[in-house]
Design a protein around this ligand. Structure first.
Ligand code: ZN
Length: 319
């Protein structure tokens, strides 16, 4: 096993969570990533690992017990409903619903982030990407929303702090939507610095005013191009990250700021994702022994998603 390897964590259950016909957060997203890694050969350079399910005590690092009990209760209610010949989904909000595999998929998604954190801290891997769904960055301490149930990145960040004794971790979020859930959970925690860039005025309509001094939010107007995003990142994120000297970096890797993605109106392309990832990797190598755990968030244009994840992984794995 190479100490410099990049891990790739996933699980078949993450594909079984399905929010219904025509929903953009669909199982085919993971197929698009897998296909791209296969045809480009990038998949061969990664160390693949199956994600274990997270325990309730893991999820409780970032969520309150009532939220977890409510999700489990919905899981039971859904099983009875399906048994009785009723609908196969339970809606949490207009665009977030559970099917009979959702709870297991959510536990695997958070489990991937935790296992990746363990492997990276143990030095078995330099960094890792979790190809998981459901995504997590809109999931608040006590609320599922915006396609998200459990906040995978927040759970893993807390796991690194509480159980591995790290003193400082950074969270980087470049999804087109504001990571309101991660902010809700980690705002005010002095052990965490969160830097995020997202489109102004878009779902979930938050983030203009950060909830804590440990949050560096960068709202940008629609149609902002990659070069401008890079300049902002260089000016706003880099000095904060350098001064904070994180011992590990968690990434909410959403690819819906891509030019071809209809869920947002930013204009990033694959090379921008490669550039951003390289900058994150530079900080990680200077301060954090290269330790990065990146988790898939958004990205809904299947072609752009596959190509963007490929660019992200090439930068993580130095390919
Ligand atoms: Zn998004």
């Amino acid at each position: 096993m190479k100490a410099c390897a990049t891990g790739y964590f996933s699980h078949p259950d993450c594909r079984r969570h399905d929010m219904g016909e025509g929903h953009p957060e669909c199982p085919e997203r993971l197929d698009a990533i897998e296909d791209r890694l296969l045809i480009t050969g990038v998949g061969d350079a990664l160390e693949r690992r199956e994600a274990p399910p997270a325990a309730l005590s893991d999820l409780a690092l970032a969520h309150d017990r009532m939220h977890l009990a409510a999700l489990q209760g919905l899981e039971d209610q859904l099983a009875e409903q399906i048994e009785a010949g009723g609908p196969s989904h339970i809606h949490i909000d207009a665009d977030t619903s559970m099917n009979r595999h959702t709870w297991e998929a959510a536990r695997r998604a958070a489990g991937a982030a935790i296992a990746a954190t363990d492997a990276v801290i143990a030095g078995e891997l330099e960094n890792a990407f979790c190809a998981v769904r459901p995504p997590g960055h809109h999931a608040c301490r006590s609320q599922a929303m915006g396609f998200c149930f459990i906040n995978n990145v927040a759970v893993a960040a807390r796991h690194a702090l509480e159980r591995h004794g790290l003193q400082r971790v950074a969270v980087v979020d470049f999804d087109v939507h504001h990571g309101n859930g991660t902010e809700d959970i980690l705002a005010g925690d002095p052990r965490v610095l969160m830097v995020g860039i997202f489109q102004q005025g878009l779902y979930p309509f938050s983030g203009e005013r950060p909830k804590g001094t440990n949050m560096a939010n960068l709202p940008v107007p629609a149609y902002t191009r990659g070069m401008d995003v890079r300049e902002l990142i260089e000016q706003e994120w880099m000095p904060r990250l350098e001064a904070f000297r994180p011992e590990m970096i968690f990434v909410s890797a959403g690819f819906d700021a891509h030019r071809e993605d209809d869920l947002g109106q930013l204009a990033l392309v694959e090379q921008d994702y490669a550039w951003i990832t390289t900058r994150i990797r530079d900080v990680a190598r200077r301060h954090a022994k290269g330790r990065i755990v990146s988790c898939l968030e958004g990205g809904y244009h299947l072609g752009a998603l596959g190509r963007s994840v490929e660019a992200h992984l090439r930068a993580l794995a130095d390919l």
